[in-house]
Design a protein around this ligand. Structure first.
Ligand code: AMP
Length: 128
């Protein structure tokens, strides 16, 4: 599926693994779900708590999502991220959220996802 984004053409690969999870074709270890978002444990956790939150829609990246998604979905998606952080009582002692976009950030799955890391002291923001 191809979607016009103003002057830019964003390609959404509807066969990406998170699209398959959203369609129920592949199982996930679900943490939370509502009308706007699905949260599940990362299959290869990088911290004691490592959860992915994905919007329910065909969006490649944060730039794509914020340019094209309806306001209700944008609000609902970010509320879901906050809900997961509260539900897991991560606000104290703290946690990190991260979204990789594109090759320089090593985005592996071309469906917008926010990583939530927690459960230990996470160290400096970036590995140098
Ligand atoms: P990114 O590099 O930001 O695109 O991150 C993709 C993440 O998706 C990685 O942390 C993977 O471990 C994770 N991942 C890939 N496939 C699955 C899956 N089937 N279920 C859960 N997490 C997955």
């Amino acid at each position: 599926m191809e979607k016009e984004r103003g002057s830019k053409l964003m390609i959404y690969d509807s066969e990406n693994i998170f699209a398959k999870i959203l369609r129920g074709e592949i199982a996930c270890d679900k943490v939370y779900e509502d009308d706007f978002a699905l949260a599940f444990n990362d299959i290869n956790p990088q911290a004691p708590i490592h959860i992915l939150v994905i919007p329910k829609g065909d969006y490649v990246s944060m730039a794509d999502f914020t340019a094209s998604a309806p306001a209700e979905l944008i609000a609902g998606f970010f509320r879901a991220v906050g809900h997961v952080a509260r539900a897991l009582e991560l606000e104290q002692p703290g946690y990190r959220i991260l979204a990789n976009s594109g090759a320089n950030a090593h985005q592996e799955v071309p469906h917008l996802h926010i990583h939530i890391f927690g459960g230990k002291k996470l160290g400096p923001m970036l590995v140098r």
